[in-house]
Structure formats: structure tokens, C-alpha cells
Design a protein around this ligand. Structure first.
Ligand code: HEC
Length: 160
């Protein structure tokens, strides 16, 4: 009988874990701000990293290069590349955001950094279809550099 009493809890555990992950960390509070911009942009950027990181492992030869997987990831990255930016409305700097005030103070430069990344991601998606790693590698690096360049100016230290 005891086993049966435990079962609903066991079944709920993965659901609870999923809910925690969606809230960007179990110890962070729920985002009660209208439209939840910080939660939404961080979720999109985390999805971006999850899509992008395995591509780096393939490009650097740490994991086997699988053309179809790489192409699917490059397409997904391109689709994701345009999405986070509407979730940076003025003043949305509440915890756990790492966005620096420069995002809003240097809005034109922030937009330029987005455009550079969006272009690089589109180029990578197109070059990925060649299946030629000699072409893919520099296209991958361009995307990676565009992430890093933006973070350097517009993303601050982790607050978690
Ligand atoms: C145009 C600027 C810009 C570009 C390009 C950009 N990011 Fe970011 N990224 C940010 C900012 C600003 C934040 C902080 C958002 C926040 O916390 O509110 C961020 C946050 C993140 C986060 C959330 C986790 C954390 O602790 O901050 C991840 C993951 C991330 N970026 C990965 C990437 C990857 C991977 C790329 C490229 C494929 C990329 N970003 C491109 C500006 C950018």
C-alpha cells in the first residue's frame, strides 16, 4: 500500500523539474512582470545556446560531423536569431536579467549587433547545406564572434 501512495509523487517529479527549468532556475521567483520579457528572452537565448553548442563540437572535431543534424541546427538557429529582440522593452532590467543599461542607452548599436548576428546565422544556414566543413568552419566562427561581440558590450555578469 505504501508503494501505491508514493506513486503520484513520483509521477509528478519530472513535471516539477520541467516547470523549474522553464522558470530559468528553481530558486528564482516567477516572473510577474507584464509579458514576462526577461523570462521569454532568456528562454530563447538559452534555446539558442542549446542549438548552437553541439554545432561547435562538430565543427571542432570533438563530436562526429553529422551533416543532417548540422543543417537542422543551422536552420533552427537562423529561425531563433530574430526572436529574442522584441523582448527587450525599455526598462526590462529586473532580476535575473544580465542586460546592461547599454542595451537601451546605445539602442542603435544594439540593433547593429543583432543585424550582424542575424546575417551571420543566415549565412551559416546557407553554407551548412554545402556539407563542406572548410566553408562551414569560418561561417560558424562568424556567428560565434557575433554572439561574443554583443555579449561583451551588452551583457553583464551573471546575477544567479
Ligand atoms: C545583439 C546582442 C546579442 C547577440 C547577438 C547574442 N546575445 Fe546572448 N544575450 C544578450 C543579452 C543582452 C543577454 C542578457 C539577457 C538578459 O539576461 O536579460 C544575453 C543572454 C544570453 C543567454 C542567457 C543566459 C545568461 O546567463 O545570460 C545565453 C545562453 C546567450 N545569450 C547565448 C547567446 C548565443 C549562443 C548567441 C549567438 C548564437 C547569442 N547569445 C547572441 C545579447 C546578445
Amino acid at each position: 500500500m505504501k508503494m501505491i501512495a508514493l506513486k503520484p509523487y513520483l509521477r509528478a517529479a519530472p513535471l516539477l523539474l520541467g516547470a523549474c527549468l522553464m522558470l530559468a532556475g528553481c530558486n528564482s521567483k516567477e516572473d510577474t512582470h507584464p509579458g514576462q520579457p526577461v523570462t521569454k528572452r532568456r528562454a530563447l537565448l538559452q534555446e539558442t545556446l542549446r542549438t548552437f553548442e553541439p554545432m561547435g563540437l562538430m565543427v571542432r572535431g570533438k563530436n562526429p560531423y553529422v551533416a543532417n543534424d548540422f543543417i537542422a541546427r543551422a536552420d533552427k538557429l537562423q529561425a531563433l536569431s530574430t526572436q529574442p529582440w522584441v523582448y527587450f522593452p525599455p526598462g526590462s532590467t529586473y532580476a535575473p536579467s544580465r542586460a546592461k543599461p547599454a542595451v537601451w542607452e546605445q539602442a542603435a548599436e544594439f540593433k547593429q549587433a543583432q543585424d550582424k548576428y542575424i546575417k551571420a546565422a543566415a549565412n551559416l544556414a546557407s553554407v551548412a547545406k554545402s556539407g563542406n566543413l572548410d566553408l562551414i568552419r569560418p561561417a560558424y566562427d562568424q556567428v560565434s564572434d557575433s554572439c561574443a561581440a554583443c555579449h561583451k558590450v551588452f551583457r553583464g555578469r551573471s546575477v544567479i
